[in-house]
Design a protein around this ligand. Structure first.
Ligand SMILES: *Cc1c(COP(=O)(O)O)cnc(C)c1O
Length: 409
């Protein structure tokens, strides 16, 4: 039963804080932009016509609802808990990112903005943003670390095909963190016509709450679909975490169902060690301020932000959404990490047992499923979020497995 006096679903407060995390650490020049975005979002939230437009596009453009799939062979192979996958990799553009991009771009249109900027790491958020901008005839500029532009050439080409301008960022180390800094700078400079579309539950308030709300369609569908399939909710939810948006989308609608276990899976890279060759912000970081909010971050003893490392480009963000930091500290959700090696093993098992080539990000979630499922009884239901497909990752995986791509590469 929901206990209204002790709900986990009421946050953030007016300052955008989830307990000690989140907030709005921005310059004075950004403040008016953030406030007008917040006002527009507050209006949209209770506006039926906003949600009617979202639902129409989710259905007819994205392909929602995504299926809830019972993994029979995987369940049999692991010999324990009953495993379901939420198939968000079947969305248009191949991941969950578009759920959120649609919401923000409909807001941008309502605010009369004609130029959309975004940051991207692996390129999935950039591709989703370029896609929706093309659909609405909006100018699209994507900031991407120069290092990532090199590593993710196919996604750079996709964005350009879709009509977006991709700006390689050479400041700092040329990664996602630096791309986000440059996007924030662009926003301040081009206030009048520009909307900043953030790709995860990070940034200053209201972004973490707004992105969570748009991604919550994932968990809402799972509630209905699981009721139809099993007549009850799952016992355990599992999702991979980069910034934490697909995970928040699955988790949020279940936060007050206290019998549901919630597990977030961070990228353990080469192991959560002193050399920081991982991206496990909660398991291996500590609180600090980055990109307008207070949260757990990978940092050195002097508070310098570290880049982190993961085989999965979509998980290598040095922070994590502030709501996850709060859920971690109050103990409502559990956070674990999975190494590259474990994720690669899960990737291969998923291909051969289920006929699904997963992205490397949800392969981390699946690897944790593989760890715990065998020890659980057959009536324990696990639902993991298959938040992206693996087409983008085949070259990385081929290299890791020493497979010669030859003329296909
Ligand atoms: C971007 C991405 C992620 C990481 O982002 P979250 O905000 O943590 O969801 C995970 N999986 C896939 C497939 C992605 O494209």
């Amino acid at each position: 039963m929901n206990d209204l006096f002790n709900s986990f679903m009421t946050g953030p407060d007016e300052q955008g804080r989830f307990g000690d995390f989140g907030g709005r650490f921005v310059s004075e020049t950004l403040m008016p932009l953030i406030l007008s975005l917040e006002a527009e979002y507050e209006k949209a939230k209770t506006d039926d016509s906003f949600w009617a437009e979202m639902n129409d596009l989710w259905t007819n453009y994205v392909g929602r609802p995504s299926p809830l799939y019972h993994c029979e062979r995987l369940t049999e192979h692991l010999g324990g808990a009953k495993i379901y996958m939420k198939r968000d990799e079947l969305n248009h553009t191949g991941a969950h990112k578009i759920n959120n991009v649609l919401g923000q771009i409909i807001l941008a249109r309502r605010m009369g903005k004609t130029r959309i900027i975004a940051e991207t790491g692996a390129g999935q958020h950039g591709v989703a943003t370029a896609t929706v901008c093309a659909k609405f005839g909006l100018k699209c500029v994507v900031y991407m670390g120069a290092h990532d532009v090199e590593r993710q050439a196919p996604n750079v080409f996709r964005m350009r095909l879709l009509g977006a301008e991709v700006i390689p960022v050479t400041s700092g180390r040329g990664t996602l963190k630096d791309a986000m800094n440059d996007a924030l700078r662009d926003w301040v400079t081009n206030v009048r016509d520009t909307f900043y579309c953030i790709g995860t539950v990070a940034g200053p308030h209201p972004y973490p709450a707004m992105v969570r709300d748009f991604q919550s369609i994932i968990g809402k569908e799972v509630r209905d679909q699981m009721m139809l399939a099993e007549g009850r909710f799952p016992d355990t939810l599992i999702a991979a975490i980069g910034g934490g948006s697909n995970a928040m989308g699955l988790f949020f609608p279940f936060l007050d169902d206290k019998e549901v276990n919630i597990i977030g899976v961070e990228a353990g890279g080469k192991g959560v060690n002193a050399k920081m060759e991982h991206c496990a912000s909660l398991t291996g970081g500590r609180p600090g301020v980055l990109h307008g909010n207070r949260t757990y971050l990978l940092q050195d003893d002097d508070g310098q932000i570290l880049e982190g490392y993961s085989i999965s480009a979509g998980l290598d963000y040095p922070g994590i959404g502030p709501e996850h930091s709060w859920l971690h500290d109050i103990g409502r959700a559990q956070y674990v990490s999975i190494t590259d090696v474990e994720a690669l093993e899960a990737f291969q098992l998923c291909c051969t047992l289920e006929g699904i080539i997963p992205a490397l990000e949800p392969s981390h979630a699946l690897a944790h499923v593989m760890k715990i499922a065998p020890e659980l009884p057959a009536d324990h239901i696990i639902c993991m979020n298959m938040c992206g497909r693996g087409d983008k990752d085949i070259f990385t995986v081929a290299k890791a497995l020493n497979f010669e791509m030859g003329e296909f590469a």
